[in-house]
Design a protein around this ligand. Structure first.
Ligand code: FES
Ligand code: FE2
Length: 323
């Protein structure tokens, strides 16, 4: 593979696997992400945990019929229990002379989890290294002056490079999104990719919205946008590969409160609807395009090469095998 080739495998970084409110205490979620079967659960202590899904005993999927017991998850097949760190808490019928040894052998791979801003993240690194950056807390999240997230999710038949490239792809906004861009710049700082832009959007339904925004990727898969428009708002855009051909895109908004819950819910629905329409416009392209390792670019394009160089840092295998 050369430095210019499309990256393969899954990036190193934090990936959203659930919204916090999808995982209340006592809940088990079966997940399929990053080419693996995973299980998420929340114990009585409030801690969210994510493990590989398949039991080390005879291979049942803990996410399908598993139950939370205290701070552990119980397998639906023979009721072995596992802590959130993947260690075995109990083999209910073990009569061996050294039960501790059986317990020590029965271990499931745990995933490093962070819960930030109402979202549950797992850390993925194909080389097994510890996290190298953190997801920053959004100060307004949880504030009574702001709404919680209104989130939506889409399954898209594409790979992450396409989603990421929107950051630098100035040229597609007028064509795909009916949006005039007056100002556009990108900055790449360590694990962050920032887009600052301003312009006028012309929604297909009519009217016009002047906007100014700063959209920041923190790592390869989680972006927060601060936008000045009709209401102060924060947008989220997070993708998580399901496998090498498809991904989940989570997107949504939190808004500064300017009215009662009903009114805010209506605004939030309006924003998420617009996001859905906007991403839908991209999806029609993404699901049918091919990847160009060596695209023919013109002067009016954004800094697509710089964006691709930034993104390759999250694929250590590529960096390390590239001369
Ligand atoms: S397969 Fe899980 S306890 Fe037997
Ligand atoms: Fe787009």
């Amino acid at each position: 593979m050369t430095a210019k080739a499309k990256v393969t495998g899954y990036a190193t970084g934090w990936f959203v696997v659930a919204a916090s409110d999808e995982l209340p205490v006592g809940k088990v979620l079966s997940l399929r992400y990053l080419g693996r079967a995973l299980v998420a659960f929340r114990g009585e202590d409030g801690q969210a945990s994510v493990l590989d899904a398949h039991c080390p005993h005879l291979g049942a999927d803990l996410g399908i019929g598993g139950t939370v017991v205290g701070n552990s998850i119980r397998c639906p097949f023979h009721a072995w229990r596992f802590h959130g760190d993947g260690s075995c808490a109990e083999i209910p019928y073990d009569r061996s002379e050294r039960p501790a040894k059986s317990l020590a052998r029965a271990k499931i791979r745990p995933w490093t989890v962070r819960e930030r801003n109402g979202l549950v993240f797992v850390w993925h690194d194909q080389l097994g290294r510890a996290p190298t950056y953190e997801i920053p807390q959004i100060p307004e999240h949880g504030s009574p002056e702001w709404t919680p997230w209104t989130l939506n999710i889409m399954t898209i038949r594409t790979q992450p490079c396409e989603i990421i490239e929107n950051v630098a792809d100035r040229g597609h906004f007028p064509r795909v999104h009916n949006t005039n861009i007056d100002e556009f710049e990108n900055e790449f700082i360590d694990h962050m990719a920032i887009q600052r832009s301003a312009g006028v959007a012309y929604p297909r339904g009519g009217g016009s919205d002047r906007f100014r925004l700063t959209a920041t990727y923190y790592g390869p898969a989680y972006q927060v946008t601060e936008m000045e428009s009709f209401l102060p708002n924060k947008l989220i855009n997070a993708h998580t590969p399901i496998d090498e051909h498809s991904l989940h895109l989570r997107f949504g908004v939190m808004l500064k409160r300017v009215g009662d819950d009903t009114k805010m819910a209506r605004y939030a629905q309006g924003y998420t609807h617009n996001l859905q329409v906007g991403f839908g416009e991209d999806v029609a392209i993404w699901e049918n395009k091919v990847w160009r390792d060596r695209p023919t670019l013109s002067d009016g394009d954004g800094p697509i090469g710089a964006l691709r160089r930034w993104y390759r840092q999250f694929y250590p295998a590529v960096e390390e095998t590239t001369p």
